[in-house]
Each structure stands twice: as structure tokens, then as C-alpha cells.
Design a protein. Structure first.
Length: 362
């Protein structure tokens, strides 16, 4: 400990680095606590994490303790090897996950996303290891690097999404809510609440019970969900019946029966809460599956609903496929921005390829 203070007091560069780390942490916490639904929070957290690693590395090297430095280098080496192994065999994981989803869930195209990703990664590795790129002209090879650059860009976007998704799971709960909005999903046999939807309602009931136990008022539930083409009743009505069966007094249940998607869940639930409360100065939380709450939070933000989400448990095998769907939804929210960047990457590599072709011709 004494050596640490000596490093801090005698090394001005380290002192400045420490201040920068603290500033980056402060910026992240300020942004995240003020608005957890901002995508920039993932970037700010990653910046803090990188600076923290540099700061920690500086301390370890400055101690000049050989055993500590060697241990730290081993940890870094193990981490790098794990990253390489994960990248090399990710296709196997995704194919195994696709098998589990196919075995336990409905056989839909949306539930095959991990299968398609696994196949794509496997084919990419086969092409790379076969050395097929060596047989094509240099100019064409340069242009074919564009898809790689686009994939790297999408991986960075996916990483930022995953960081935000993880951070959103630990947003402060604040047990003083006026309304608990439960987002609907499809009904079983057109009228029965399925396990996935039941988990959302149960989580909201647990939240309400804990809020009351803390000495606060009992919140009202807003069951949000319209009637699908294959459903006999609205999702909201089925959810209300389930909640009453599980001990919720009907006087604490409001219905929103028009929504067809998450955006409308937020939009119409906001109208229900405002009409019941008398103004829009109420406090609210919404409830969905843990993989869905961040994107739902973005929809809530887009509609002007000041509410953050609380997630319920989802079986682990279902998460990779579900998170991929959520990521696709995030891409669509900002599709213009992503399409422009992808187009710029493509044009840039096209120019490089054209220049190389002209040089070869000359």
C-alpha cells in the first residue's frame, strides 16, 4: 500500500492518468444514471474500462515485483487465448445452441438465427483456411476485404449493444412506482397466458409486493397487449385474469388493449397512465424478459414514456437467439446511420481496389 502511494506522489504522469480514469468513471455514471437508455453509455463504460486496465497495468509494472508482473502477464495471455478460442469455435457453440432451441422451442425462422450464424462463421473459416484468396487478383482481394470491414463494424456495434444490455439489467429499481406496465406477448391456444408471459406478470407482482413491504403505496398494473389474428381475447384481458388468479385485486389493474408491438405498448400505456393519473408526472416501470428490456426501453424513450424496465428470467439456451433478434431490432432503429457507414466502407474499399487495378495496368 505504501508503495502505491509513493508511485502516485512521485509520478506526475500516473497522477494525471488517475485523474483521467476518475473523470471517465464520473462521465459514465452521470450519463448512465441520468438516462440508462442511451447507447452512448456502452461506449463511455468501455472507455472507462480501457483506461482502468491501462491504470492497473501501470501500477503493476511500476511495483517492479517480478512475481506480480509475471502473474499479470499470465492472466493477460489466458484472456487472449480464451478470446482466440471463442472466435475459432464460436460456430460450434451457435450450432449447438440452434439444436437446443429447435428441440425446446417452436420451429420458426426467427428461432434459427444462431444456426445461420454458425453456418456463416464455419464457411468463413473454411474459406480463410483454404487460402482461396491467394488465387484471385490483388485488386479484387482488396475489394473483398470490404465485407470483413463491415462485419468488424457490426461486431463493434453488437459489442456496444451487449454492454448496454448488461448495464440495463442493474438499473436501480426504485420501489416507489405508480404504475407497473407489463408488456404482452402471444397467447397459448388463443386465450391462455404462456410461461414466457406468465414470468413477466409474476415479476411485476413480486415488484409490487416488495414495494408495499417497503412501506410504499401499492402500484397499479397496466396490462398491455392487443388481440392477435389467432387470439380469441386480447392479451391484456388474459393477463388480467392471470394476475387476479395470483392474488392481485382487480381495482389495481388497468388494461391497454390496442397495441400490436412494443412501440405501441409504450405509446398506448402512456396514454392509459396519463388518463388515470391526471397528468404525466407519474412514476412507472415496465416488465419484460431480461433480453428484451433494453430495446423496449429505447421504444419507451422514443414515445416519451419516462420508464425503465425490469427483466424476468429467461432460460439460458434461449438467450443467444433472442439477443440476436434484439440486436437486429437495434440495427433497424438506427438503420439510416448504419447503412451510411456501411456504404462509406464499401466505397472506400472500392476506391482502393480501383487504384490498385490502375497501378497494375500502368
Amino acid at each position: 500500500m505504501l508503495q502505491f502511494f509513493e508511485i502516485f506522489s512521485e509520478n506526475r504522469t500516473f497522477m494525471y492518468l488517475s485523474i483521467i480514469v476518475l473523470i471517465s468513471l464520473g462521465l459514465f455514471l452521470f450519463s448512465w444514471l441520468k438516462e440508462p437508455r442511451n447507447l452512448i453509455n456502452g461506449l463511455l463504460f468501455s472507455l472507462f474500462l480501457i483506461l482502468l486496465i491501462i491504470w492497473l497495468s501501470t501500477i503493476i509494472v511500476a511495483t517492479k515485483l517480478r512475481q506480480l508482473i509475471i502473474s499479470y502477464e499470465i492472466i493477460i495471455l489466458i484472456f487472449i487465448l480464451l478470446l482466440i478460442a471463442t472466435a475459432s469455435f464460436s460456430w460450434l457453440f451457435f450450432l449447438w445452441n440452434a439444436y437446443l432451441v429447435w428441440r425446446h422451442e417452436s420451429h420458426t425462422l426467427a428461432n434459427l438465427l444462431t444456426f445461420f450464424l454458425g453456418i456463416a462463421i464455419f464457411i468463413s473459416w473454411v474459406i480463410f483456411l483454404s487460402g482461396a484468396f491467394r488465387l484471385i487478383p490483388t485488386w479484387l482481394k482488396i475489394f473483398l476485404y470490404a465485407p470483413t470491414a463491415i462485419i468488424l463494424y457490426l461486431l463493434l456495434v453488437a459489442y456496444n449493444f451487449l454492454v448496454n444490455l448488461l448495464l440495463y439489467q442493474i438499473v436501480p429499481r426504485q420501489y416507489n412506482q405508480d404504475y407497473l406496465i407489463v408488456l404482452g406477448s402471444g397467447l397459448k391456444n388463443g386465450k391462455t397466458v404462456p410461461p414466457l408471459l406468465a414470468a413477466r406478470i409474476n415479476r411485476a407482482i413480486q415488484f409490487a409486493q416488495k414495494q408495499v413491504a417497503k412501506g410504499h403505496q401499492s402500484p397499479k398494473f397496466i396490462m398491455s397487449g392487443g388481440k392477435g389474428n389467432d387470439e380469441e381475447i386480447t392479451e391484456a384481458e388474459a393477463m388480467k385474469a392471470y394476475a387476479i388468479l395470483h392474488g392481485v385485486d382487480s381495482k389495481y389493474i388497468l388494461l391497454e388493449t390496442k397495441s400490436k408491438n412494443t412501440y405501441q405498448n409504450m405509446q398506448f400505456s402512456q396514454a392509459v397512465a396519463t388518463a388515470d393519473f391526471g397528468n404525466n408526472h407519474y412514476r412507472a416501470k415496465f416488465f419484460s424478459n431480461n433480453y428484451h428490456i433494453f430495446r423496449a426501453g429505447l421504444d419507451a424513450k422514443a414515445t416519451g414514456l419516462n420508464a425503465n424496465g425490469v427483466g424476468c428470467y429467461t432460460r439460458f439456451y434461449f438467450l443467444p437467439n433472442a439477443i440476436m433478434r434484439e440486436f437486429a431490432g437495434i440495427l433497424l432503429i438506427n438503420k439510416k446511420r448504419h447503412l451510411i457507414i456501411i456504404a462509406l466502407i464499401t466505397v472506400l474499399f472500392l476506391i482502393f481496389a480501383f487504384v490498385n487495378l490502375l497501378n497494375n495496368m500502368c
